[in-house]
Each structure stands twice: as structure tokens, then as C-alpha cells.
Design a protein around this ligand. Structure first.
Ligand code: AMP
Ligand code: ZN
Length: 142
């Protein structure tokens, strides 16, 4: 197992700077592997981000122990937004790569409280897909 206290940071990364206390952030939770802080552009009331203390670019790169800790911290915060903010639901969101909307390249999970009737909408329109295309993609994934 990797030592969670071992330094692994990117000097140009804003989330590394937040973790190190070099940039201001509204921190709401932390443990030995993770830090959670409020998103500066919240999608809904209580929108927060959970990051591993160590710098990993994205979902494909992060080490399993840090991924596990980050997801568990996100679950902890999800329970809290329901309990303390009265959220009716929660979206966890991770964007991996620019094509998937990632803009900060330090792995993070968005914890987005959802409220009945809030203005957020699915970014795609659900419509029945082509069966053959679905099967072909599945075949490539097996
Ligand atoms: P993503 O597009 O998934 O990479 O998300 C990056 C998120 O980081 C966005 O929701 C931003 O609003 C948020 N963000 C960027 N800079 C900061 C900051 N200094 N403090 C808190 N949140 C930030
Ligand atoms: Zn970083």
C-alpha cells in the first residue's frame, strides 16, 4: 500500500494548493486521504467537491486506496446533505477528461445535493438506442 502521507502534488494544481492550505477553500470534511470543500460555482445549495490529498489526474490514474477513500468520503457527505440541508436526493459526478467536462485535472467527485423541483436537468435526452450498436459496444467491453 502507498503511504497516504507521502508527498505527491502538482505545483500548478489549484486543488493541491487547497489541500496544502495555500489557497482558501471552505472545507467541510477531511480525513487522512481526502479533503472536501464547497464548490465555488455551486450547481445547487451545498454542492461540494471531494478530492484525494494526493494529486491524481483523473479516474483512470487514481490509485485504488485513494479512490476508495474519496468515494467513501463522498458517501459520508451525501448522507450529511440529506440530513442537514434537507436534500431530497444526491448526484455524485466525476468528469474524466476534457470530453467529459473535466476542467480541473486533480481527481474529484462532485457531491450535488438535489431538491425536489430544482432546475438541474439530465444532460442527455433518454431515447431508445439501436440494439445492434448497443450489442457491438457490449461486445467490445466484455
Ligand atoms: P470539473 O469540471 O468536473 O473538473 O469540476 C471542477 C469544479 O471545480 C467546478 O465545479 C468549479 O466550480 C470548481 N472549482 C474550481 N476552482 C475552485 C476553487 N478554487 N474552489 C472551489 N471549487 C473550485
Ligand atoms: Zn492536484
Amino acid at each position: 500500500m502507498t503511504d497516504p502521507s507521502s508527498p505527491q502534488r502538482d505545483p500548478d494544481c489549484i486543488f493541491c494548493k487547497i489541500v496544502a492550505g495555500e489557497l482558501p477553500a471552505t472545507i467541510v470534511d477531511q480525513d487522512d486521504r481526502t479533503v472536501a470543500f464547497m464548490d465555488i460555482s455551486p450547481a445547487t445549495r451545498g454542492h461540494a467537491l471531494v478530492v484525494p490529498r494526493r494529486h491524481w489526474h483523473n479516474l483512470l490514474e487514481i490509485a485504488p486506496d485513494d479512490l476508495r477513500a474519496t468515494v467513501l468520503a463522498a458517501q459520508r457527505l451525501a448522507a450529511r446533505v440529506v440530513e442537514r440541508l434537507g436534500a431530497d436526493g444526491v448526484n455524485l459526478l466525476n468528469s474524466c477528461g476534457p470530453a467529459a467536462w473535466q476542467t480541473v485535472f486533480h481527481f474529484h467527485v462532485h457531491v450535488i445535493p438535489r431538491y425536489d423541483g430544482d432546475p438541474l436537468r439530465l444532460p442527455w435526452t433518454p431515447a431508445e438506442g439501436d440494439k445492434q450498436e448497443i450489442e457491438a459496444a457490449a461486445a467490445a467491453l466484455r
